[in-house]
Design a protein around this ligand. Sequence first.
Ligand code: GAL
Length: 664
Amino acid sequence: MSDSAPHLRLGTCDYPEHVPEDRWAAYARGQRELGLTFVRVAEFAWSRMEPRPGEYDWAWLDRAVEAYHAQGLRVVLCTPTATPPAWLIRAHPDILPHDAQGRVREFGSRRHYDFASPVFREHSRRITRALAERYGEHPAVAGWQTDNEFGCHGTARSYGGASAAAFPGWLRQKYGTLDALNEAWGNVFWSMEYGDWEEIRPPALTVTEPNPSHVLDYARFSSDLIRDFQAEQVALLRELSPGRFVTHNFMIFESGFDHYAVARGLDFVTWDNYPTGMLEFFAPPGVGEALKTRYARTGHPDLVGFNHDLYRGLLKGHGGWEAETGKTQPHTPGFWVMEQQCGQVNWAPANPLPADGAVGLWTAQAWAHGADVVSYFRWRAATMAQEVMHSGLLRHDETPDRGHAEVAGLDLGSFPLGEVPARVALLHDYESLWLYDQQPHSAALSYWAQTVAYYSALRSLGVDVDVVSADADLGGYAVAVAPAVTLVPPERAARWQAAVEGDGLRLVCGPRTAFRTPGGQTWAQGQFGRLSELVGARLLNYDSLRPGLEQAVGGGYAAQFWAESYRLAGAQATHRYQGGPLDGQPAVIRHGPVTVIGAHSEALIRDVLRDVLEQAGVATSDLPDGLRLSRRAGVTLVQNWTGENVAWGGRTLGPVSFEVRAEG
Ligand code: GAL
């Protein structure tokens, strides 16, 4: 493969403000010598950019940017709004957010602001403008990152202060009248009806659970705030920094806002990939201790792969991306990993050293799932403050750490850019997530747990998957899988129906699909609402199973956590429950190209999916445990995520290793 063909490029996150200036030139040189292209800087440097109100100090940042520029590195600059400085908070304490217990979240770490605060919005625009005026056209500046990890540390929603004050106005605009709101939320239940907009508070601190419709609208309202907050920065950056990209670094399994809405208007998406921390800290319920121990030094391939595919898909299948950004990409929008773990993290209950080979494997997997750039967090381990236990490419003493050697050994020319050829779409929806997790009904089966179970089944069958919005254009896919899309408004139902009936799409739905109305209630005619005809059935019973309580399904399967059954109206039952309260009732149904799996059983899900994929002409392979295949640009990345040798395709892969193979 020629080295000049476009291929994966690398970067790092660096913090010149954390080290003496006499280190800057050496760091930039070291970054270039390691083969890096990009350096992301300044996302938390507000107190150095503006040490006192209105007094900007750009001199240090000018020299830092010059140090990278002198080595030919491309700089990704960030708006520093994740860390409002102490003087700003002192002058305007009402910028601070409130937690769900109604307490003020204080200054002293980061992300201490309420997206609704008009004062903070003004300061966000002011610092963005000042920064973009200074560096917008600097030749070293390749592009911009807005803020840092929206929603991190549970900050997507504030439950008091500015958000509480703004919520009634948002509702008024949405509903027009209180009658409409009371109706939409079903407020007659428990006498929750409102007679004045100002009576409405955030859904927190209620005696028992708040009304799910109230929660759903609060999530929508908070999500809109993040979208609008970012849009103000994006507009300024586009005006003052023409030709540069604008992106945001999204977070592992972040649930607090609608990422599709927040990503629109960005040139491409980036996300922050910490595979071992993810397994320890963000793994959905149901991922047991044995699995966590087995994959402790690599993370689990499907948790990482799911996030890659989710973030690759944020801008996919949404009409209007080109028009909004005025851009086209060499291939439909790729993504970056803005922060890639390259040693141990500091924020999980246990933070094991990655296995030898893990940093290379993570980098290769990111590329194979569509990343155009992988940027390591961070250049040198911090010697101060909250993250001293976190590693970087360099140790505290500036000697190269283990990850550095792995990065140095990568053959970037073997990672060509190009399309990920997925023929399977996994449908995802944040509103469904909010409803699911507000009323899980079976604590072990959160939205992510159910969604990742289907994803993992697909990956274990060796197929590539696009995770896309439940409203994405489904043209070109052979199979769409909707594991947990519980909210299916009539327009969504119509779109799915057209794709199935018009384009020959096969659709597989998990339990609780189309159970909810857009207001968060249930359909008066029952599940599947407007989809009933397409599915050829209606819901009969649902059963929430405590851990250890199983419901048998014919064919030797056992449902865990959830079992629902159907009344057939055209569909056929392919599997029925055996024994227990659902004895004899349909557990899996098929209506032509539409299949619904009502029982949660990993083996059953995998077998049904294999069957549907084969019917759709999508080749499957039953992969050995810990082996994964990912295809991009006409080649296949074969990955061994285990600590043992694994044979595949006539060759053996060593522990924690990968190969790029020419076969599809
Ligand atoms: C990310 C964050 C970084 C750093 C990193 C440590 O979530 O964006 O600033 O804190 O985690 O792993």
